[in-house]
Design a protein around this ligand. Structure first.
Ligand SMILES: *[C@@H]1O[C@H](CO)[C@@H](O)[C@H](O)[C@H]1NC(C)=O
Ligand SMILES: *[C@@H]1O[C@H](CO)[C@@H](O)[C@H](O)[C@H]1NC(C)=O
Ligand SMILES: *[C@@H]1O[C@H](CO)[C@@H](O)[C@H](O)[C@H]1NC(C)=O
Ligand SMILES: *[C@@H]1O[C@H](CO)[C@@H](O)[C@H](O)[C@H]1NC(C)=O
Ligand SMILES: *[C@@H]1O[C@H](CO)[C@@H](O)[C@H](O)[C@H]1NC(C)=O
Ligand SMILES: *[C@@H]1O[C@H](CO)[C@@H](O)[C@H](O)[C@H]1NC(C)=O
Ligand SMILES: *[C@@H]1O[C@H](CO)[C@@H](O)[C@H](O)[C@H]1NC(C)=O
Length: 425
């Protein structure tokens, strides 16, 4: 449908006798006036009769989806004073109407269009807007004042664009933001202060960018943040204070980066974090006390790294951790007492490491451990496992015990089950 047709259609609506009309949906040339899925859909051309005056201000929701619209004429939405929801997804629009004057608009979604730039003051007259979704456009540039008029904004999604840089002050005026998604863009640097105004932010998604550098103070004011996603970036190191002050954080995603080391104290303020994901990095060493501060951590994934060095104290400060994944590292030695502090650990994955001999004392302290995975290792003796009072399940596939139907650990016998695990009778 062409732009002219849309404009005509809107004019027809305006002129038609639809005093009760609250909602207007146009998808694939099918117009419907109800929001419900099963409402009668009527082909647009036959719908509206330009009979009596229709009051524009009664309309609350307009969606025009999948229409190959390339632009929106100025004035198209004039006087839609009661409009709360405007959806223009899946079109070809390359610029936002500059003059949108919709004082009651709560949600504007503009996904999958062809926007290339957010200009200064793009949204001056949308002071009640709470949700703005601009995902899947071609946004490369954002002016410093692009969202400045949106003082009530709560949700801003900019995923799957081409954003390389965030102006330092771009979020200053949207200080009530709760969700911010900038994943799948081309960001390389997170500068200090850019997020400083966002004291109510709960989720920040920066996944799959090209971020190499995060200034140590970048997140310091995000005191309500619960979910921080930095996965799939190009991080090789972290500033020691980069996560300081994030007292509400619950989930921290750092997987699929190139981190080589974890600085001491980097997690010290993260007393609320339950999940820490470090899968698929290049960390070589877990030095003593590196996880201190993670008082509520339950789940730690450090699989697919280059960890060779563990020491007594590597896991200090993790009293509630019950699931630890160290699969596919380069661990060849477990020093005595290395797992001290993990008194609630139930599952430990050490498969795919270079372990051969297990030293006496390697597993002391693991008083709750129930399941141990030693798959694909060169383990040559199981006696040390006697140190695990609660052990019930061992995985020994790909070891020299592979074809044995039962193994002895001290006075206990573990028999292979149909899943190819060895379980205590
Ligand atoms: C439309 O509705 C508004 C608010 O209810 C009212 O002030 C205005 O006069 C109406 N306009 C017309 C043309 O009826
Ligand atoms: C616009 O919304 C207000 C408040 O909900 C309502 O009182 C008014 O009748 C609406 N206007 C029209 C024309 O429906
Ligand atoms: C949009 O363009 C595509 C490709 O040219 C076409 O297949 C489709 O029918 C068009 N949709 C509308 C609603 O005109
Ligand atoms: C946008 O606004 C900022 C600050 O007011 C100004 O420095 C900048 O030059 C403006 N950019 C454009 C493209 O107008
Ligand atoms: C590991 O991370 C790199 C970098 O993000 C990525 O290219 C690779 O696909 C990831 N590997 C796996 C197994 O996910
Ligand atoms: C542990 O990591 C390995 C290797 O990445 C993965 O295959 C496995 O699903 C993970 N298991 C758990 C319980 O995290
Ligand atoms: C286990 O038995 C299979 C044949 O049943 C054999 O190919 C394999 O080499 C044996 N593995 C070990 C570790 O002995």
């Amino acid at each position: 449908m062409s732009l002219t047709k849309i404009t005509i259609l809107l004019s027809l609506l305006v002129l038609s006798h639809q005093a009760e009309l609250h909602s207007f949906h146009l998808t694939n040339n099918v117009l419907s006036l109800e929001e419900s899925e099963d409402s009668t859909e009527i082909v647009s051309d036959h719908l509206v009769q330009p009979t009596q005056v229709f009051n524009r201000s009664s309309l609350q929701s307009v969606s025009i989806i999948n229409h190959n619209l390339t632009s929106i004429k100025e004035g198209t939405f004039d006087n839609f004073l009661n409009l709360t929801n405007l959806v223009l997804d899946n079109n070809q629009i390359d610029s936002l109407p500059r003059d949108l004057n919709l004082p009651n608009l709560r949600q504007l979604t503009f996904k999958n269009n062809k926007l290339v730039k957010l200009h200064n003051d793009s949204f001056v007259n949308l002071r009640n807007l709470q949700i703005l979704k601009l995902d899947y456009n071609e946004l490369g540039e954002i002016d410093p004042n692009a969202v400045a008029g949106l003082s009530n904004l709560k949700v801003l999604t900019l995923s799957h664009n081409k954003i390389e840089h965030l102006p330092k002050t771009v979020f200053v005026a949207v200080s009530g933001l709760v969700n911010l998604d900038i994943d799948n863009n081309f960001l390389t640097v997170i500068e200090e202060t850019v997020f400083d105004s966002l004291e109510e932010l709960v989720t920040l998604n920066l996944k799959n960018n090209l971020i190499k550098t995060i200034n140590g103070g970048a997140f310091r004011r995000l005191k309500a943040l619960r979910d921080l996603n930095l996965a799939q970036n190009h991080l090789t190191k972290l500033e020691h204070d980069v996560f300081h002050h994030l007292a509400e954080l619950d989930s921290l995603h750092l997987e699929n980066n190139f981190l080589e080391e974890l600085p001491n104290g980097v997690f010290q303020d993260l007393g609320g974090v339950g999940r820490l994901l470090l899968t698929n990095n290049s960390v070589r060493e877990l030095q003593k006390d590196v996880f201190v501060g993670l008082k509520q951590l339950r789940n730690l994934k450090a699989d697919f790294n280059e960890i060779r060095v563990l020491e007594k104290g590597s896991f200090y400060g993790l009293p509630f951790c019950y699931d630890l994944n160290l699969s596919y590292n380069k661990i060849d030695h477990l020093p005595s007492g290395v797992f001290d502090g993990l008194e609630n650990l139930e599952q430990l994955l050490l498969n795919g490491n270079k372990l051969s001999t297990l030293d006496v004392g390697a597993f002391t302290g693991l008083t709750a451990l129930y399941a141990l995975n030693l798959e694909n290792s060169k383990i040559d003796d199981l006696d040390t496992l006697e140190e695990l009072p609660k052990l019930r399940l061992i995985d020994l596939k790909g070891t020299k015990y592979n074809n044995m139907t039962s193994v002895n650990i001290g006075k206990y016998v573990f028999n292979v089950n149909k899943y190819n695990n060895w379980v205590l009778n």
